[in-house]
Design a protein around this ligand. Structure first.
Ligand code: NAD
Length: 400
């Protein structure tokens, strides 16, 4: 059989622990027999990040900017325990944070929907993609607590020295105060990333804030989204047959719960943090969530939303079998290959990506599962069978 080829490389980023093991199995069993991979390879495993003083992560981010499409395995974000475990020179930053900062990107997370795995909200028959703004608000705040009465003011000093002061509160007794910010640049990048991703996936965008209460702060988000949409996207959206809608966050939550899914839910930083966990839980399993980082100028980095599955890795090291779910990692590969196919007008490559995704879903809906999915599986007349990690990949290959 001749393998499918393509022109520009995909940036491949290897990772850590159990997902590192699965990564090689996935390539060997499900991709390389069909596709002649052309990759620009970076080993983002913690050992190599430490060896290269993390310059490998910066190089990988640069490569994504150059080639436009990357696929990343889950990686360890070091904490004190990892510094000891791996005798690290330093507690290196999260690679995802480094790459996100380099690409100025927005993360889109979407569940993989599969017959047999019923969401807790059964009407959610299509995926809800959460777009979370990943800059500012309470994540970059200034907080002060007092144990006696206090007056708090917000003072903003312009670059030309002009001061604007606003009263936050005159508190009688002990109190807490908080200052937060965001920037037009970051909000505009977020808006563009959402609209570009909507065009690339043919889905509507729903954006929600609380601008009736926060008239200036949330109002700025609402107005910038409206302005960018009108100026740069309204015509493209109407040609693509998709819509942009702004609603209040409370109204939006009610509509999302009653919806069938199939849209992008764009949210401010905190709302996105909370709602993405709610959506992931409601759809069933973290191991069935995809994640893609999109830059405002249209560069794409695909990965699974979960981590390196440490507990399974320690079992694997002891020579024990694991039943680790590879589906989100496979979908990271199909996302990247499909995007490369789309950019190059390579129909064969796009069709391969779709075929591999369908094979995963056929295996699961046929009752062939990894351990994490067993309690979620319901299909009349089919008794689920739990397979080991490699065995499950071989089963998917049978459905190709
Ligand atoms: P995790 O996602 O690895 O695991 C969380 C829970 O979900 C565990 O109970 C795990 O067994 C289960 N789980 C997750 N994916 C699974 C899969 N594919 N199959 C079966 N079960 C699965 O997160 P964690 O335990 O919080 O973190 C482990 C490591 O991963 C940490 O070092 C952390 O820094 C890293 N991490 C990386 C990323 C990333 O690279 N994007 C994201 C999160 C965590």
């Amino acid at each position: 059989m001749t393998r499918i080829t393509y022109n520009a490389p995909i940036v491949e980023m290897q990772g850590d622990e159990m997902t590192r093991i699965l990564w090689d199995y996935i390539k060997e069993i499900l991709i390389e027999p069909y596709v002649e991979l052309n990759v620009d390879y970076y080993d983002l495993g913690l050992i190599n990040r430490d060896k290269t003083d993390d310059s490998v992560t910066v190089k990988a981010a640069e490569a994504i900017k150059k080639y436009g499409v990357g696929v990343k395995c889950a990686t360890i974000t070091p904490n004190e325990q990892r510094v000891k475990e791996y005798s690290l020179k330093k507690m290196w930053l999260s690679p995802n944070a480094t790459i996100r900062a380099a690409l100025d990107g927005t993360v889109f997370r979407a569940p993989i929907i599969c017959e047999g795995i019923t969401p807790y909200i059964p009407t959610w028959t299509k995926p809800i993609t959460i777009a979370r703004h990943a800059y500012g608000d309470v994540y970059k705040n200034c907080e002060i607590a007092t144990d006696s009465g206090a007056k708090a003011e917000l003072v903003v000093t312009n670059v030309n020295g002009k001061k604007t002061t606003g009263l936050i509160a005159n508190a009688d007794g002990a109190a807490v105060f908080q200052g937060i910010h965001n920037t037009d640049k970051s909000i505009i990048s977020f808006a563009r990333a959402c609209f570009n991703y909507a065009l690339s996936t043919s889905q509507d965008v729903w954006f929600a804030t609380k601008d009736t209460i926060s008239k200036t702060y949330d109002g700025r988000f609402k107005n910038l989204f409206a302005e960018i949409f009108e100026k740069e996207y309204a015509n493209k959206f109407s040609r693509a047959g998709i819509n942009y809608e702004y609603t209040l966050i409370d109204d939006s939550v009610a509509r999302v719960i009653k919806s069938n899914g199939g849209f992008i839910w764009a949210l401010k930083n905190y709302d996105g943090d909370v709602m993405s966990d709610m959506v992931a839980t409601a759809y069933g399993s973290l191991a069935m969530m995809t994640s893609v980082l999109v830059s405002p100028d249209g560069k794409f980095e695909y990965e699974a939303a979960h981590g390196t599955v440490t507990r399974h890795y320690y079992k694997h090291l002891k020579g024990e079998e694991t039943s680790t779910n590879p589906v989100a990692t496979i979908f990271a590969w199909t996302g990247a290959l499909g995007k490369r196919g789309e950019l190059e007008g390579n129909g064969e490559l796009c069709a391969f990506a779709k075929r591999l995704e369908a094979a995963c879903l056929k295996a699961i809906s046929g009752g062939f599962l990894t351990g994490d999915l067993v309690s979620l599986f319901r299909r009349d007349g089919i008794e689920p069978r739990v397979l080991e990690s490699r065995e499950f990949l071989l089963k998917i290959a049978e459905f190709m």
